[in-house]
Design a protein around this ligand. Structure first.
Ligand code: 3NM
Length: 204
């Protein structure tokens, strides 16, 4: 299972850096998702993450294709209503991994066709980040996983208790906000997800 940790606006960035520092050894990918900050501010944030030991290759930037390429990050993640598509990103910056958020099977098929490297499908469970919106559920996740030839990561309301059933759908991984950032012990939380990933690799 791939594990993406997504940054949040709920906690100030310096608090997120502090939390990340504790969990660093267990973290694979940090998706920097901040729709408000300037590019200058995002650059400062990325520099701070580098300083605590994350590599640029471990970072995915939300939406800012040119910046992700210029700063030599591992990838870019596009929202479902992005003005970019994966094909255009690949033409501009072939080395960037391109992820796209999708909310239906048809969207998933279209984004895979356009050349996305991976998808987020959600929200699978009720999520405080999507208040009042009905979750799409595990069966819908499984149907997307089966429809496309690229990895699908589950997003929305992901917790420890749910990752076994998520992995049973064939999903390639999980992406999360709250259950990491709001955990009392972020190191323990991160260790759990990392260990799950390793167990899962061994058994599949
Ligand atoms: C950023 C995001 N995208 C979603 C989608 O369905 O596309 S759900 C979501 C929020 C995920 O946050 P949490 O882990 O706190 O539920």
């Amino acid at each position: 299972m791939t594990w993406h940790l997504i940054t949040t606006q709920k906690w100030p960035f310096h608090i997120q850096v502090r939390k990340l520092r504790h969990a660093l050894q267990y973290i694979d990918v940090v998706h920097i998702r901040d729709k408000e900050s300037s590019l200058q501010r995002l650059k400062q944030q990325i520099d701070q993450l580098c300083k605590i030991g994350l590599s640029r290759g471990q970072m995915i930037l939300n939406e800012h294709v040119e910046a992700a390429a210029a700063w030599d990050l591992g990838g870019v993640h596009l929202s479902s209503h992005s003005t970019w598509n994966a094909n255009d990103v690949k033409e501009k910056a072939p080395h960037l991994q391109v992820g796209v958020s999708v909310h239906s099977r048809d969207e998933a098929l279209a984004r895979a066709e356009e050349g996305a490297d991976y998808l987020y499908y959600g929200h699978v469970y009720r999520s405080s980040s999507k208040p009042g919106e009905e979750p799409r559920g595990l069966a819908a996740l499984q149907s997307v996983v089966q429809a496309v030839p690229i990895p699908v990561l589950a997003i929305g309301g992901i917790t420890r208790e749910r990752i076994t059933e998520i992995s049973q759908t064939g999903a390639a991984g999980i992406a999360m906000i709250s259950s990491f950032w709001d955990a009392e012990d972020v190191e323990e939380e991160a260790r759990y997800f990392r260990n799950f990933k390793q167990v899962n690799y061994e058994t599949t």
